[in-house]
Design a binder for this molecule. Structure first.
Ligand code: SF4
Length: 219
């Protein structure tokens, strides 16, 4: 059995296998993911709820002063960066689509075409684009956040590379049908077990196949 299959199996056994079900509409997921940048899930949930409660439509957000948008999302942190980012993206989409901000048509594109389209917006990087494809459309795009990046390098699944470079490398080795559960469980593992400082290797189900744990045991 390959190492990646073993990692997926052990993570599923420990954290529970995750199945993708319906996601948010594509534009909603894009805005949510921007709100989730550099903050906790609880904060981004609060900011997103506040934003959609304050404004009736995405067109209304696009037409509002950036200060009002920042006020609506302030619970999520970095509101002064995220508010203009969100407004600019909405304005650009509206300009391209004659006022319509619906992005459901992206579902007709290939993964690469959809990712390339999303990467064309300022403030949208590899992780954000992959989140939109995976969470909204259930596509086998693998977002690499700080937890996935750290745990994958410690395990030895990838060498020491940037998180951006890790997207392609991990997507090549994780079977498409396991990407969703792998992503969710690697994030959980990074938060609960494989902490940035003081990983709990003695309690980790991956320790016997982990390069980092093995090299530390060996002194
Ligand atoms: S064995 Fe240690 S370093 Fe390796 S994945 Fe588990 S907690 Fe992280």
């Amino acid at each position: 059995m390959s190492v990646i299959t073993t990692v997926c199996d052990l993570l599923d056994e420990y954290h529970g296998e995750k199945q993708w079900s319906n996601g948010r509409p594509i534009l909603d997921e894009l805005i949510y993911t921007i709100l989730s940048q550099n903050t906790s899930a609880a904060n981004s949930d609060r900011a997103y709820e506040s934003l959609v409660n304050r404004f009736e439509t995405w067109q209304a957000v696009a037409g509002s002063p950036v200060e009002d948008i920042a006020s609506a999302i302030k619970s999520g942190g970095l509101a002064n960066i995220k508010a203009p980012r969100i407004k600019n993206i909405l304005l650009q989409i509206g300009e391209r689509q004659h006022g319509d901000t619906n992005l459901d048509w992206l579902a007709e594109l290939t993964d690469k075409e959809a990712v390339d389209y999303l990467l064309g917006f300022e403030g949208v990087g590899r992780k954000t684009a992959a989140c939109v494809l995976m969470f909204s459309l259930g596509r086998p795009a693998l977002p690499v956040d700080t937890h996935v990046h750290r745990v994958a390098m410690r395990l030895g699944l990838i060498e020491k590379v940037s998180a951006d470079a890790a997207h392609d490398l991990l997507a090549q080795i994780v079977p498409a049908e396991r990407i969703y559960s792998f992503h969710i469980n690697m994030v959980a593992h990074g938060r609960q077990v494989c902490h940035a400082r003081g990983p709990k290797c003695s309690q980790c189900v991956l320790d016997r196949i982990c390069r980092w744990a093995g090299s530390n045991k060996g002194g």
